[in-house]
Design a protein around this ligand. Structure first.
Ligand code: CDT
Length: 604
């Protein structure tokens, strides 16, 4: 008996922000009836099918945000129940993507497999590879992809499942992935290793979105869409072929809000990587194909017979390493052995010490994203390939500059609330607080996290104390001079401080005033410090990152060293991470989270 199953994809065209749910649901029902009329046994809908693709918007209104999510049981909720009851009547299974507000308060980008015969959810998948960013792009014209903001990475793994076949014994093995997952060979292989025969993948893929794709803003939109479509089919065909499986993909496509283009290209692919059916439009459309599951056997028992051919002893990197670790540069790492042969230094070191990827979160506690970017630009050339620095800008109500105590506390609170869930998701190795002060966030995070946390001021002073006997600080405003003086005393360094000189500039003046003006006042301040005996000068504001050379120009000849706090901080933390150091929890930095929980105050 051939194990043939008729599968369908329900592609959905433009769905705008203003479209009502009943309107979108009625389109889904029409597609369902069309698939059933064509005798499909299962129909796949796109990712986040019941609403527009909202992660492209920065949504501040909690009610609007909640309206895009499905709450409670998807099978019985008023917004979605009709789809499932109709599928049950028509005897057709459904796989559909939606934004899930789970009962425990967590939010995921989810898809389920609904089995009509048993009226039950057979399997649930939560999207694992969340593309895009937490923060929107600075450019207001850019298309955003804020999935990292709105969802947690899926926690259910890539689990294949059998679909019961009351009429026979076909029992296909299926697996789900969502959109960006399809670009990751790891996702396919996890399903392939469970003998998957049908991979289901709903998607929303931007056509022309140069910021997202990291491509040229002036690229031809039509060409950009062709490339995006090419990549979509490439990964569906490649994943199907290399795992000897059928795949079904369903697009949400067209031009949302008359502005955001999404590619079509929904397709059903066979286990040889051949396209069996493909959507012709970028509108609502059903495609159908008969899939003989036994055709998977050829690939699964020959070229991709995993049990016979895979060499897992050489695949360790795939699970041990996340980011890229290039081979060390040849010039700097060649050692000459006694026999005149060169060896590669990294190979002489035990694994997982020098070579482990270190991920440092650079947290700018003010809400000025351009300042975060300047800090990242500054640090980038100093990083080895095994260190990654990820920028974070505090969300509002953090102020755009931190110039006093009110700003300090407001920014610490806003940043901490966003950072705690971020760290739970991303598990960074250390945090650098990029505000030149004894910022409240530093001690908050030391309490809440176990990883090392330091601010750029403290890191600068430690470096300055290492490099010279007396240091001086170039401050922004006269007020910051007082604040820095207090912080120097707090750090117990006043005995080594030759002075603090203010430039009479506000934090944002550092960006807004002409560079030559800023440079000259900073140089003058540095010279005064040297006159007072400073051997090392530190730059007293994250916004001064990038002015190191300019200050060195003025004072470097006199043997004076200039320390940039961002660079000092990142490398200080990398050292601590390499040492395996953790924040001491027995005293001052014990977390008070448990106490808050006991009091029923888990409101952060
Ligand atoms: N929805 C989704 O995952 N879209 C992504 C866009 C990536 S943005 C660079 C995709 O991979 O198609």
């Amino acid at each position: 008996m051939p194990r043939t199953i008729r599968l369908a994809a329900a592609q959905m065209g433009a769905t705008n922000r203003t479209d009502g749910r009943p309107q979108t649901l009625s389109r889904m029902l029409k597609l369902l009836r069309s698939a059933a009329a064509q005798k499909a046994e299962m129909v796949l809908y796109p990712e986040i099918a019941f609403t527009t693709f909202f992660p492209r918007y920065l949504i501040h209104d909690p009610d609007e945000l909640a309206s895009y999510f499905e709450h409670g049981s998807i099978l019985t909720s008023t917004n979605t129940a009709l789809l499932f009851s109709t599928a049950r009547e028509l005897g057709i299974d459904i796989s559909v993507g939606f934004a899930e507000a789970a009962d425990d308060g967590k939010r995921f980008n989810t898809s389920i497999y609904y089995h009509a015969n048993s009226n039950s959810v057979l399997a649930k998948y939560r999207k694992i590879h969340l593309p895009g960013d937490f923060e929107p792009f600075a450019d207001p014209e850019a298309t955003n992809q804020l999935e990292k903001r709105y969802f947690l990475p899926g926690d259910l793994g890539f689990e294949a499942f059998r679909v019961p076949d009351p009429a026979g014994d076909r029992e296909p093995i299926m697996g789900m992935m969502i959109c960006n997952d399809r670009r990751w060979s790891e996702a396919w292989r996890c399903l392939g290793l469970q003998g998957v025969e049908v991979v289901l993948c709903g998607y929303n893929t931007a056509g022309f979105a140069p910021h997202l794709w990291g491509s040229d803003k002036n690229a031809d939109p039509a060409q950009a869409e062709t490339t995006a479509l090419f990549h979509h089919k490439l990964v569906m065909q490649h994943g199907s072929y290399t795992n000897a499986t059928f795949s079904v993909s369903a697009a949400r496509c067209g031009m949302d809000d008359g502005k955001y283009s999404l590619i079509g290209g929904s397709c059903i692919v066979g286990p040889e990587g051949n396209i069996l059916a493909e959507a012709k439009s970028t509108e609502d459309e059903v495609i159908v194909a008969d899939c003989d599951l036994d055709l998977c056997t050829q690939g699964k028992t020959r070229t991709f017979d995993f049990g016979r051919h895979r060499r897992t002893e050489h695949y360790g990197r795939i699970v041990e390493q996340t980011g890229v670790l290039q081979p060390p540069k040849l010039d700097s790492t060649k050692l000459t052995s006694g026999h005149g042969e060169s060896e590669n230094l990294s190979k002489l070191l035990p694994n997982n010490t020098v070579n482990r990827q270190v991920r440092i979160l650079l947290c700018n506690p003010n809400a000025t994203a351009s300042m975060t970017e300047s800090c990242l630009k500054m640090i980038l050339p100093t990083l080895s390939p095994d260190v990654e620095v990820i920028g974070f800008t505090a969300p509002r109500p953090a102020p755009t500059a931190i110039e006093g105590n009110f700003d300090n506390v407001m920014s610490a609170s806003a940043a901490a609330r966003a950072l705690i869930p971020l760290q739970q998701r991303e598990n960074y190795d250390a945090v650098l607080v990029a505000c030149y002060s004894d910022h409240a966030l530093i001690r908050m995070l030391r309490e809440e996290f176990e990883i090392p946390v330091i601010g750029i001021m403290e890191a600068s002073l430690i470096a300055a104390r290492t490099l010279g006997a007396r240091f001086g600080i170039v401050a922004t405003s006269r007020r910051s001079k007082i604040i820095h003086g207090d912080a120097v005393r707090h750090y117990g360094m006043e005995g080594f401080c030759a002075g603090i000189e203010a430039c009479d500039l506000g934090v944002l003046d550092l960006e807004r005033k002409p560079r030559e003006v800023v440079k000259s006042v900073m140089q003058e301040a540095a010279k005064k410090l040297i006159g007072r005996g400073a051997e090392v000068v530190t730059l007293g504001c994250a916004g001064m990152s990038g002015m190191k050379e300019a200050v060195e120009e003025a004072v470097g000849k006199e043997g004076v060293v200039v320390v940039d706090g961002v660079v000092a901080g990142v490398h200080h933390l990398v050292g601590l991470v390499r040492m395996g150091a953790r924040t001491a929890k027995g005293g001052m930095y014990a977390s008070s989270a448990r106490g808050r929980k006991a009091r029923g105050q888990e409101y952060i």
